[in-house]
Write a protein that binds this ligand. Sequence first.
Ligand SMILES: Cc1cc2nc3c(=O)[nH]c(=O)nc-3n(C[C@H](O)[C@H](O)[C@H](O)COP(=O)(O)O)c2cc1C
Length: 393
Amino acid sequence: MSAAASDLARPRSALFSPFELRGVRFPNRVVISPMQMYLGREGMANDWHFQHLAKYAVARAGCVFTEVLCVEPRGRNTHWDLGIWSDAHVPPLVRIREFVESCGAVPAAQIGHCGGKASRQRPFDGHGPLGAADAARGEPPWTPVGPIAEPSAPDYHLPHELTVAEIAALVDAFGAGTRRVAGAGFRFLEVHAAHGYLIHSFYSPIGNRRQDGYGGDRRGRMRFALEVAEAVRGEWPEDRPLSFRLSCVDAVDGGWEMEDTMVLARELRERGVDAIDCSSRGIRGATSLANLEAARRPARAGYQVPYAEALRHETGIPTMAVGLILTPGQAERILVRGQADLVLLAREALFDPHWTLRAARELEPDAGGWDFWPPSWGWWLAQRDRIGVEPDD
Ligand SMILES: Cc1cc2nc3c(=O)[nH]c(=O)nc-3n(C[C@H](O)[C@H](O)[C@H](O)COP(=O)(O)O)c2cc1C
């Protein structure tokens, strides 16, 4: 498939309008959000990861993100996370990147470090801290690291409190991971700085009560995020865009608030960050989604869109909206109302990998016909339409 073939002839919808960040052109606004599969060994991507991401690119998503690639082994959630701490991780990622790009989608990677949330079982294995029974099956626990020696959820492992020298080494690890992602040819990079992971645990007053230069007031707590941004931007090519995923609010008393996010986003922009991916929560508990589940009430569709909207309006920074974006109409409204520049799908893409193709048929009745589908599929579907089908009863 050529890149040109992925553009609709005359897009009328906002969802299928192209978008540009630095030198990179997104053929449409549909982005597949990072989704950990928990199926890697020694941090290596394999055929499962390839097919997981390839199918969204075939189905014409404008941009496809890898799951979070951990910048050091201690920064993995589980033994099954993907890594970018060694050159050995690069070749299977190149294969994914090449295929995604060949479909006309922007190949994107997310890098991160899960800090105090490391050394856990996979969600579908219990999501608890690794223990003796896990060690007996070949998954021994390790000591996580964080800004303070305090578990991020009840009965999680006690993290090692990072020294200033160790913080500097981690900033370097983000730089080295970025160098590998750039070498692998990805066009868009995101730093995972949300969900209670390492960077979020530094800027959140719940996660960080250090008294040195990496803690204390907001400036001190933001320092690690800003140093990572500088290191990453220093390694990431000028003509490729960079985003940060933030937990815009902790949604916990005394936690990080939207006004703090405004300040951090402006500082990140000064350091060459081009967009903010607006997520929330996760500073305590297993995940940000687990926080919602624990609240024991239904989550609202698009529950995080107001963060993307507020940030975009107040700072002018391009934003990415994520969280229970379900229908093409909802995605279209987010863009038309100017609430975000890109819309991200995670679970709805798991439910319907052809979401983008379906959205085009719904929003672009003239231009979004079978021509938009990969010819190997679309030609046959168009033929079936030409023939027509009589009901069988
Ligand atoms: C299977 C799965 C794995 C996820 N892995 C990541 C990840 O690697 N990095 C990340 O920032 N968010 C991760 N998330 C969060 C999603 O990217 C997204 O922000 C969240 O699921 C809300 O969007 P949704 O309602 O469309 O699912 C994951 C979510 C799911 C369902």
